[in-house]
Design a binder for this molecule. Structure first.
Ligand SMILES: [Zn+2]
Ligand SMILES: [Zn+2]
Length: 457
């Protein structure tokens, strides 16, 4: 069993599940396929699945995440964590009223790919799936933020929008509990980075159970907060669950958080370090911080006031009464919807207007040499991926900020993340709709390697 997997902000990783050559430490019969150093166990697929599900069940019960009367909504992203969460919850609590939520964020190619995956998963598990189509319901998609000042913080904007929409969906569907797939590595990594920034408020928000700020809102729970990230991946592979297999274009060229890397390094000499840090944060630091905050509020008589957002009605504590999502969406609507994809006709009219247009062929040098749009420069996608900042700097220096860069590949799929990266870097990047194939179909000019030879002589 093997699976190639990629997640927002991480390079693709391949997980292969194969025999370790020893018997399972639980059943003592089957061959073990996974070693859990912190638990000193080597487990077979069946015993690992049982172990995983048991931990989820115990966690839910210990932290009183939900009871038999609750309607539990699982926020699905299509990634390994939420996929493993839904499957494990369904096994641990077969009689529980569980529904699944998915938001179609309208991210180029990516959102529709994930939608197919979550449909396959919920069909298989017999869980009702509710899909919220952002474009249909609110008139914009996440990619529209690329034309705003948030273009360099796409993951943060996306997170804010998702949180608000999930809360809204819970209200519509009558879910009393909202479960998300945050894993141990996410939790401790974020805690550590917040700790170094002295941001204890953020650490306290990472508790596994968050009670609603106002009545009528769902309780937020994280049943996987003590499950190591790799185990979510193993669970998905072992149980052959449908999961995302392509990159989010907004994470193109991004790297793992340095704190997560640091933790992985520490784990090599201390297999328990992530659990230990989690426990210190949650059992010592958070209670202490909350106590100090409470005393401070009593002393100053200043309480954090939670109001309903003037636009969407969801709870917010911002002073102007508009929640962070609605503030961002308002900014987006001011800017009007500018697209990152551009058609051949639109490129032509830009050129006719006298705009400086530079075509950027992101395919391999050999494909570029064979056939290209006349005048195109060749910057293979990999060059962008591994040296994004340098590549963008070079383009800016050579062509200037006012230049329109039209990236293209065969069909428009590979060039889109590059256009997104150019936007993030402050350049006017577009991706040619349908790529060079559609360009030709619509009568666009191309030059071939022969032409190059001709011009050379
Ligand atoms: Zn076993
Ligand atoms: Zn709002």
């Amino acid at each position: 069993m093997a699976l190639r997997y990629s997640k927002c902000g991480l390079p693709a990783m391949t997980v292969e599940v194969k025999g370790l050559g020893v018997r399972c430490s639980e059943c003592k019969r089957e061959e073990a396929v996974i070693e859990l150093k912190y638990a000193r166990k080597k487990l077979c697929p069946k015993c690992f699945t049982d172990f995983f599900v048991r931990r989820v069940k115990r966690t839910v019960e210990k932290y009183r995440m939900f009871g038999p009367k609750d309607r539990v909504a699982v926020a699905l992203s299509g990634g390994k964590d939420s996929v493993a969460l839904l499957d494990a919850l369904k096994r641990a609590f077969p009689d529980q009223d569980i529904v699944a939520f998915y938001i179609d964020l309208g991210i180029h190619h990516y959102s529709s790919h994930l939608k197919e995956k979550v449909k396959a998963l919920t069909d298989r598990l017999g869980v009702p799936l509710y899909i919220y189509d952002l474009k249909e319901r609110e008139g914009y998609v996440i990619d529209d933020f690329l034309t705003t000042k948030f273009r360099s913080k796409m993951c943060s904007v996306c997170g804010i929008v998702k949180r608000a929409v999930f809360t809204q969906m819970a209200k519509e569907v009558g879910a009393t509990v909202m479960a998300t797939g945050h894993n141990l590595d996410d939790t401790v990594g974020t805690m550590l980075s917040a700790f170094f920034a002295g941001d204890f408020e953020s650490i306290s928000r990472l508790r596994p159970v968050l009670k609603p700020l106002v009545p009528g809102q769902p309780k937020k729970v994280k049943p996987l907060f003590n499950t190591p990230e790799m185990e979510d991946l193993y669970y998905v592979v072992i149980n052959d669950l449908p999961v995302q297999e392509c990159h989010c274009p907004h994470s193109f060229g991004a790297s793992v958080s340095k704190y997560k890397r640091m933790l992985d390094e520490m784990e090599k000499s201390n297999p328990n370090v992530k659990f230990q840090l989690l426990s210190v944060f949650l059992k010592k630091l958070v209670p202490m911080y909350e106590k100090v905050k409470e005393m401070e509020e009593e002393r100053t008589q200043v309480f954090l006031e939670v109001k309903e957002c003037k636009v969407c009605g969801l709870p917010t504590s911002s002073p102007d009464g508009i929640c962070s999502r609605c503030r961002r969406v308002a900014m987006l609507k001011e800017r009007g919807g500018q697209k990152v994809e551009i058609s051949a006709e639109e490129v032509r009219s830009l050129m006719e207007e006298g705009k400086r247009v530079v075509f950027v062929d992101v395919r391999s040098p050999s494909a570029y040499r064979m056939e290209r749009i006349p005048g195109a420069i060749n910057v293979p996608k990999e060059e962008f991926e591994f040296n994004q900042r340098k590549a963008i700097k070079k383009l800016r220096r050579k062509y200037g900020k006012g230049t329109v860069f039209v990236t293209y590949c065969y069909a428009g799929r590979e060039s889109y993340p590059v256009a997104v990266a150019l936007r993030r870097g402050g350049l006017k990047g577009y991706s040619l709709l349908g790529g060079i194939s559609e360009w030709k179909e619509k009568g666009g000019e191309v030059e071939t390697s022969d032409a190059e030879v001709k011009t050379g002589t």
